[in-house]
Design a protein around this ligand. Structure first.
Ligand SMILES: *Cc1c(COP(=O)(O)O)cnc(C)c1O
Length: 436
């Protein structure tokens, strides 16, 4: 597999280099030089395959010889060891549950695959890999659990004090082993700034082999295509061959992977980009003007992004024909009040509890179907996290119904451990140097 930068189409790097560097020097994003179209035999018979089989076929077509077949198979079986079921709620409304992994959010797909690929590429005797990651909640948990116990790696997670939910904080701070958590007295943006600063610090880079685990890494994007193919396979099993997907979107990695799957031949009729008040992309799809804005805080905080970092990948995939993109993707945005109404409707009508991000995707699907209903087309909205991760959002009558998974109950028995730092870089650098 060869990759180029969206800012310079003549660059070429290997998959391994793209995985370890995350981002090209020119600050573009890596994209595969060829996006292979999968063979019809596979696409027409998706319902005959399991999720790991689908994942292997898709990944092998993209990655090629960079990871030999048996090794790739082993990575996939280890990383994708949970299901992504499609559940019917009513005629032509289905929910794709992506939170059956260890951190209870869809980010497990990307983080678990990436951690194993990094570990695979680390050669014997190489310096330990130091992963630095800033999180507003879900990323940190997925990355921590993805790397937990992975040899020759260490993860440092920075999270903003008082701004992650109790369960998220437990997921970040109770791991031990090769995972350490740093509580920063500041915002998510401060955490992000500390990480970015560390990557440009000469002394730190001489001492440590630093890498990032954020959502722009190509090894996080690839595994997110798997569940689109697998969802379509589940629909085929029920005799349904037409589908639209509604995706709750923040940094646009999730829907970007869906569009990559479409480019590889997955016959999706339409995509819906569902956002909260951070509506840069829905505005663009309406007006044709891409105007990034500062992010605003909402109830669906994993989507509080004013300048989605993966958007350049989507723009790049459709650079030859923007009109194809505009016909394929619709944008919808909702405020917090509408999010709460959607949560209530889903609870009252389907007896189903959706997290705030998921509820936005459902509302967008419903609004799209108002004007574009087709009896032969299944609408699928993606559920990106288990509702127990956002307990403060729900009224008591709904939160009482949430089944808390066993792994969360167990978290409460573990001891929380974290360092506490200010938002100044000098303090963070000292912490890294003194805790080798
Ligand atoms: C990260 C996240 C999103 C946003 O996904 P993107 O790939 O950044 O668009 C949506 N919902 C939840 C629960 C998340 O954790």
């Amino acid at each position: 597999m060869q990759l180029y930068s969206t800012k310079n189409s003549s660059t070429r790097v290997s998959f391994k280099d793209a995985v370890f560097n995350s981002m090209p020097q020119d600050k573009g994003l890596y994209m595969p030089v060829t996006i292979p179209r999968l063979d019809d035999k596979f696409l027409n018979n998706l319902d005959q395959y399991t999720l790991p089989e689908i994942a292997f076929h898709v990944a092998q077509n993209l990655i090629g010889d960079d990871i030999p077949a048996d090794d790739l198979k082993a990575i996939i079986h280890d990383a994708i060891n949970f299901l992504a079921p499609v559940v019917k709620l009513e005629e032509n409304i289905y929910v794709l549950e992506l939170w059956h992994g260890p951190s209870l959010a869809f980010k497990d797909f990307g983080a678990r695959f990436m951690s194993r690929v990094m570990s695979y590429f680390l050669e014997e005797g190489e310096k330990q890999l130091d992963v630095l990651v800033a999180t507003s909640g879900d990323t940190g948990g997925a990355v921590a659990l993805g790397f937990l116990g992975v040899p020759n790696t260490r993860v440092t997670i920075l999270y903003p004090k008082g701004k992650v939910s109790d369960i998220q904080e437990l997921q970040l701070t109770t791991n031990g082993q090769n995972i350490r958590a740093v509580e920063v007295n500041g915002t998510f943006d401060d955490c992000q700034a500390l990480v970015k600063h560390a990557f440009t610090d000469k002394e730190l880079n001489e001492k440590f082999r630093l890498t990032s685990a954020n959502s722009i890494n190509i090894a996080r994007l690839i595994p997110q295509t798997f569940y689109y193919f697998n969802a379509y396979a589940q629909l085929l099993k029920q005799g349904i061959s037409k589908a639209i997907f509604s995706v709750p979107s923040g940094n646009f990695g999730n829907i970007g992977a869906g569009l990559l799957a479409w480019k590889m031949g997955l016959p999706v009729e339409h995509f819906i980009a569902a956002t909260n008040a951070n509506d840069t992309v829905p505005e663009y799809l309406k007006s044709g003007v891409y105007q990034p804005k500062p992010s605003v805080a909402t109830l669906s905080n994993a989507m509080d992004v004013g300048d989605p970092s993966n958007w350049v990948r989507i723009a790049d995939m459709f650079k030859e024909d923007v009109n194809v993109l505009k016909a394929l993707v619709s944008g919808f945005c909702y405020n917090d009040e509408e999010t709460l109404e959607a949560i209530k409707f889903i609870n009252d009508n389907y007896n189903y509890v959706a997290c705030p991000h998921t509820a936005i995707a459902w509302q967008a699907l419903r609004d799209y179907q108002q004007d574009n209903y087709k009896a032969d087309t299944a609408g699928v909205f993606l559920s990106t996290a288990h509702p127990c991760k956002f307990p403060d959002v729900f009224p008591e009558s709904i939160s009482a119904k949430i089944d808390v998974p066993e792994q969360v109950e167990n978290l409460h028995k573990k001891e929380k451990q974290h360092a506490a730092l200010g938002k100044d870089f000098v303090g963070f650098k000292r912490y890294l140097l003194e805790n080798e």
